[in-house]
Write a protein that binds this ligand. Structure first.
Ligand code: NDP
Ligand code: 2IT
Length: 445
């Protein structure tokens, strides 16, 4: 490791003990940016990196709620307001039992760079809770969401901080939280994105992360004169992001052969078509069942407790969670002929796995570039809310495609190295420059 990176990381680790996911996300960014900062001393002098790893504000709160048996439950709520130099804090809420301060700080840190890449004026934030929506009734989820928002509402607002969904937070949860915000504050504003279409939501927002990741992959393929036609793809996860990646790849002539959840993966060599995807959406979004049931219905293979990376593919779309591709998984993908990895999830590849992709010079699109279509379309939802208007499906989709191509251009601009594009370096530097310059312009903030 470069000496200046090592020194910087020692300080970050000492100041944030035990936060290993946060250290991981910071280290990846710092490794890309340090050489750039050495060449541009104004960033060093202004201690921009040192400031960027310190959240502007961290809010941690108690979330008490009553379950269906009348028993009191207590969860912990968080909001990390990381950086607002280029716009209001913006980023999702994650409800999952694995949620910790470290995980939300890593996600908030990534979000700052991602949002900067979108071309839109959004700062970075993230929040959530260790609440587990799995196995809870709609009534229990509502009780939790209401209690969560009763406290969170003090800190957010349409010009201050605009949360959205992430793992465990979809349309249902956004609805319950929006209702509670409106009731307490007596105002109807765009304080959350991912809202229902009848009450301020944007067309294409549900599809946006998955569609955007596919558009980004399409841009990467274009650099090699390739397209999705005839490509076999593996996708992990089976939630919001995974579902719309499957839909878009199918529309573009590719074939998706896997999906997964935290219990295991399905392998359907004949491909997941529209009809099968409709079944998956009903299974996951309405019945809230397990992906194993797909294998039973369509008589295909199910591997219990395993990720899908050992299935042969041309393109891979990790779309479940952080650190789901190990070094060995990355090597298996490369050995099996995989030419492209586009991250629907945030930080799904371990640093050792990333190294394998870069060394082998495959098309590797890191999450903060590849999955930025979700938050970008949230930004478009905010614009529509401010205007009190809504755009058509075609208009939003066109804007999303344009934004993904702009993000791709930015990555190429800062990441081109001969005929290879290092999208990690490109995304990190491009995301950094806009925020860093804004911080310098605005003085010591
Ligand atoms: P969902 O809650 O809709 O789906 C999550 C999926 O990932 C489920 O299939 C879930 O399986 C699986 N999963 C979650 N945690 C784990 C785990 N620890 N191990 C294995 N599988 C797991 O979430 P999204 O689709 O919205 O989010 C997926 C990823 O995409 C996340 O990394 C998120 O941060 C990222 N992302 C989401 C955006 C959005 O707009 N929603 C935008 C940009 C990135 P199970 O049902 O078993 O839990
Ligand atoms: O990780 C992400 O970019 C999201 N979960 C979406 C955030 C948003 O504000 O739409």
């Amino acid at each position: 490791m470069d000496k200046s990176v090592e020194e910087f990381m020692t300080k970050v680790k000492d100041k944030n003990p035990g936060e290993k996911e946060f250290h991981q996300a910071v280290q990846e960014v710092v490794e890309s940016i340090m050489p750039y900062i050495q060449k541009n001393p104004k960033y060093k002098k202004a201690k921009i990196l040192e400031r960027m790893v310190e959240p502007e504000r961290v809010i941690i709160f108690r979330v008490p709620w009553l379950d269906d048996k009348g028993e009191i439950q207590i969860n912990r709520g968080y909001r990390i307001q990381m950086n607002s130099a280029i716009g209001p804090y913006k980023g999702g809420l994650r409800f999952h039992p694995s949620v910790t301060l470290s995980i939300l700080k890593f996600l908030a840190f990534e979000q700052v760079f991602k949002n900067s890449l979108t071309t839109l004026p959004m700062g970075g934030g993230k929040g959530g809770s260790d609440f587990d929506p799995k196995g809870k009734t709609d009534n229990e989820v509502m009780k939790f969401c209401q209690s969560f928002m009763t406290e969170l509402q003090r800190y957010i607002g349409s010009d201050t901080d605009v949360p959205a969904g992430d793992i465990g937070v979809g349309g249902r949860e956004i609805g319950f939280m929006f209702g509670q915000y409106r009731k307490i504050r007596n105002e109807f504003t765009g304080v959350l994105t991912g809202k229902g279409l009848n009450w301020g939501g944007s067309l294409i927002r549900p599809e946006a992360t998955g569609y955007g990741a596919t558009y980004f992959a399409q841009e990467m393929l274009k650099t090699k004169g390739e397209s999705f036609k005839g490509k076999t793809c593996v996708v992990s996860g089976s939630g919001n992001v995974a579902q719309y990646i499957v839909e878009k790849i199918h529309q573009l002539g590719g074939k998706v052969v896997t999906l997964s959840d935290s219990s295991g993966s399905i392998y359907d060599p004949s491909g997941i078509d529209e009809k099968k995807l409709t079944y998956v959406m009903e299974l996951k979004n309405v019945q809230r069942g397990r992906i194993k049931e797909y294998a039973e219905k369509y008589k295909c293979e199910y591997v219990s407790g395993k990720t899908p990376w050992h299935f042969k593919c041309d393109c891979a779309f990790p779309s479940a969670t952080q650190n789901e591709i190990s070094k060995e998984d990355a090597q298996t993908l490369v050995d099996n002929g995989c030419i492209l990895v586009a991250e629907g999830a945030n930080m799904p590849t371990t640093p050792e796995g990333v190294e394998v992709f870069i060394e082998n010079k495959i098309l590797y699109g890191p999450g903060k570039a590849a999955n930025a279509g979700g938050v970008a379309t949230s930004g478009l939802e905010m614009s529509q809310n401010s205007m009190r208007m809504s755009w058509s499906r075609e208009e939003v989709d066109k804007k999303l495609q344009w934004i993904m191509s702009q993000i791709h251009n930015s990555c190429v601009k800062y990441g081109k190295d001969g005929d290879f594009v290092n999208y990690v370096k490109g995304a990190n530097i491009a995301g950094f420059v806009k925020v860093a310059d804004a911080m310098i312009d605005q003085g010591l903030i």
